[in-house]
Design a protein around this ligand. Structure first.
Ligand code: DC
Length: 237
């Protein structure tokens, strides 16, 4: 390779690494483990962007079910994504999504979305597209991102990985309390057994059993751990 080209590659690599320099706190865990509330509160306390990666899979699921397409028909799902504008942004320190200019937020916990989101999240090409978008957030923001594969696949190099768990009974009770119809057990099964990026506990993740902890308690444990690891946090946190 000519020197000029080699320099260009080195420069590109340096720029890419620089773009990846923002701090990422990865919070993974099963459905209704409390990770969303925890991630949101943590992000607010330390002034990081909060990104709910599950909302991205839910948004695609809403689009697909809304168009009457089967979530297991990968060909048609990808065909639809090809002709759909999917915009990821930020507002009020949170990630936002627009699908062809429409905010799907009010529909993200619809029963049809709950029932089909694991099938959509099992399509490797859908994951590739969304993981790409998830990584882009870290190019411009320090962030707390929650999901299933954030520590294991999306940001495997971050030293700040947490896995928030709770017993199946506690998780089912939490969903019931929210008044949401959710097929937690079925989603758990699909999410942990799918071939692409299943829900796993990253080897270097700190596991928090949250069944009998408050949200504050879990956030406190995470902050304590971040401090131990030497992450500089805002004064007073
Ligand atoms: O966190 P949640 O329950 O809103 O996520 C909805 C679904 O999206 C979940 O059943 C699996 C999928 N998901 C995923 O596969 N990977 C992620 N990083 C986040 C969510």
């Amino acid at each position: 390779m000519p020197i000029g080209a080699r320099n260009a590659v080195a420069l590109f690599r340096a720029a890419w690494i620089h773009r990846q320099m923002h701090t990422v706190i990865a919070i993974d865990g099963p459905a209704a483990s409390g990770k969303s509330s925890v991630a949101r509160m943590l992000a607010k306390k330390i002034g990081f962007l909060y990104v709910n990666s599950g909302a991205m899979y839910r948004a695609v699921t809403w689009l697909v079910t809304n168009r009457g397409i089967s979530a297991t028909d990968a060909g048609r799902v990808l065909g639809l994504l090809d002709v759909t504008k999917f915009e990821c942004g930020t507002a009020n320190n949170q990630s936002t999504i627009l699908i062809d200019g429409v905010d799907p937020e009010p529909h993200l916990t619809d029963a049809a979305v709950n029932a089909n989101v694991s099938a959509i999240a099992s399509i490797p090409e859908v994951r590739r597209i969304l993981v790409d978008r998830q990584r882009q957030f870290a190019e411009t923001n320090d962030l707390v991102m929650e999901g299933r594969d954030i520590g294991s696949v999306v940001f495997p190099d971050t030293p700040y990985k947490f896995y928030v768990d709770a017993s199946p009974e506690v998780r089912a009770a939490r969903r019931a309390k929210q008044g949401l119809a959710d097929t937690i057990a079925e989603r758990d099964k699909v999410d942990t057994t799918r071939r692409t990026s299943p829900l796993v506990i990253a080897e270097d993740a700190h596991v928090i059993e949250s069944s009998y902890l408050t949200i504050d308690g879990v956030v406190g444990e995470i902050i304590g751990r971040l401090k131990l690891k030497g992450l500089a946090l805002p004064e007073g946190v």
